[in-house]
Design a binder for this molecule. Structure first.
Ligand code: IMP
Ligand code: MG
Length: 172
């Protein structure tokens, strides 16, 4: 497998997560529930959660698995839900954490499902957001980095379920 070129280094990610968790802690109520979108957000959320704890926030954590890509590098536009969705969210404030916001299809679907589960407020945090021309139907409340329209891998993001283990964000 070719070694992806570094777009965002391990160090920059670490530093950004530290400031991001301060932003979230300032803005969020104490009893938020974090909903991790699998698979892509698992590494980012693991680091974000521990950083949030350092800044004084200890959220509940739930998981939800959605996919829109299949095995290519273009979104299929159709978002599939795999397995369970968090159900007991009555009146709770939810923070959805995802790896990357591109077309917004995934986050629109996630927000809709969580509202149906009773969440009173749904906020969104993404590690990456692509600067795309299409008007996004959805806006993230917290964004780690804005990037140009490249296909990226690493730090949880995959190509065909590979490269998730890279400690940096890379270009294939
Ligand atoms: P959206 O539904 O188009 O916003 O796409 C979001 C989902 O597509 C993300 O949660 C990722 O799983 C995947 N995705 C989008 N762009 C990339 C990329 O550049 N690399 C890897 N996965 C991506
Ligand atoms: Mg994903």
């Amino acid at each position: 497998m070719p070694k992806p070129k570094v777009l965002i280094s391990e160090d920059s990610i670490k530093q950004r997560i530290a400031t991001l968790s301060q932003e979230i802690t300032k803005a969020a109520s104490e009893d938020i529930v974090i909903v991790v979108l699998l698979k892509g957000a698992f590494i980012f959320t693991a680091d974000l959660l521990r950083s949030l704890s350092d800044s004084g926030l200890q959220p509940e954590v739930e998981f939800m698995t959605l996919s829109s890509y299949g095995s290519g590098t273009k979104s299929s536009g159709h978002v599939r839900v795999h397995g369970d969705i968090p159900l007991e969210l009555d009146g709770k404030t939810v923070l959805i954490v995802d790896d990357i916001l591109e077309t917004g299809n995934t986050l629109v679907k996630a927000r809709q499902l969580l509202s149906q589960s009773g969440a009173s407020d749904v906020k969104i945090c993404v590690l990456l957001q692509k600067r795309i021309t299409a008007t996004p139907e959805i806006q993230a409340d917290f964004v780690g980095f804005e990037i140009d329209d490249h296909f990226v891998v690493g730090y949880g993001l995959d190509y065909d379920n590979r490269y998730r283990e890279l400690p940096y964000i890379g270009l294939l």
